[in-house]
Design a protein around this ligand. Structure first.
Ligand code: ASP
Length: 331
């Protein structure tokens, strides 16, 4: 009898064997068909975020403006406890935010460990547009934001403070003896968004308060270009949500885009990237990872480890949520 682990290992070999040989592959742009514009984003909070993005896309605006405006909605909503204001704090009770943004020209900006600023995505965009760098972190990122007109706000809400104190009492602190892959946690729901505008330009954004009660100083996948988000204007883009350590170790969204470059559909590419995690990371079953991807033909897809990951879609004829297929259900 074949064990589940060895089945996973065997089926994942197909991933390793793919190689990146067909480098000339190109996807026909959807610019001249009716699939555009389109916006997709992770989880239920993607619905209002997509609406904000759609206002810009339907008026003929640039996808970069659309994804920024879109993800600012959950960033500013204190009821969304995994992004921006009202996000779950780290183990020391501090809300620290990670975000990145990328456009069809391959330009990228990112902030990590940013405190006191409600809209890290807009700071990330400014890093991209106004500095020679890609990523600013911690105090430097905060100084840059304040120097550029952002103001300090309190991000920790009363509700999250009460919940954090309760968690502290239960002494569930992360220990450096614990490998993060052996820790189950449900406190994650980053918003990642991908959009193509009517002129065929694709952009993506990803923003989060990160894993709830993380160790102080911890930065996840979400602000890392190629992990939480990757966009290639000739191919498409992908975003990730879930336990960021697993995504970082496999450079998940870069992998998804490269697999699309080599001819896979967005769904197939997301599935192969999840299988890569299944092959490489022990105890991955305890975690959730969800990928969504969009190619420049306007086709989209998704895949996740555990059932329960969904994403929001908006086009001229479609508004709603779709469930991602799950690897552990497929086994
Ligand atoms: N990926 C995020 C992180 O690890 C968490 C999430 O997706 O909610 O920080």
């Amino acid at each position: 009898m074949i064990s589940r682990r060895s089945f996973i290992t065997k089926s994942s070999l197909t991933v390793a064997g793919i190689g990146l040989a067909k480098s000339g592959f190109s996807i026909n742009s959807a610019q001249n068909n009716n699939k555009l514009p389109i916006v997709i984003s992770t989880w239920n909070h993607g619905l209002p975020a997509n609406e904000a993005a759609w206002k810009i896309l339907s008026a003929g605006g640039h996808s970069l403006d659309a994804v920024e405006a879109g993800v600012r909605i959950p960033e500013g909503d204190p009821k969304v406890i995994t992004v921006g204001k009202g996000g779950i704090p780290d183990a020391a009770g501090k809300v620290t935010l990670d975000a990145c943004i990328m456009d069809e020209k391959g330009r990228a900006g990112s902030v990590t460990y940013l405190q006191h600023i409600v809209h890290p995505i807009s700071v990330a965009r400014l890093v991209m547009e106004k500095t020679p760098h890609v990523m600013l972190s911690g105090k430097g990122a905060l100084k840059f934001a304040l120097d550029n007109g952002f103001s300090k706000e309190k991000l920790l809400t009363k509700e999250r403070k009460v919940a954090w104190k309760k968690w502290k009492k239960e002494q569930k602190e992360f220990s450096n003896k614990i490998n993060i892959e052996n820790v189950t946690e449900d406190n994650h729901d980053t918003i990642g968004m991908l959009a193509i505008d009517k002129d065929g330009r694709i952009s993506g954004a990803c923003t989060t308060s990160g894993m709830g009660y993380k160790m102080p100083g911890r930065v996840g996948d979400s602000p890392i270009i190629g992990a939480g988000l990757f966009v290639d204007g000739d191919i498409g883009g992908a975003v990730a949500t879930g336990s960021g350590e697993l995504v970082m170790k496999t450079l998940g969204t870069f992998l998804v885009v490269e697999l699309m470059r080599n001819g896979m559909s967005p769904s197939q590419a997301c599935e192969e990237a999840v299988k890569r995690i299944a092959k490489k990371i022990p105890d991955y079953e305890k975690h959730q990872i969800g990928y969504i991807a969009l190619n420049i033909a306007g086709e989209y897809g998704s895949f996740c480890i555990n059932t329960g990951f969904n994403f929001a879609i908006k086009t001229a004829d479609k508004t709603g949520m779709e469930d991602a297929e799950a690897w552990l259900k497929k086994l």
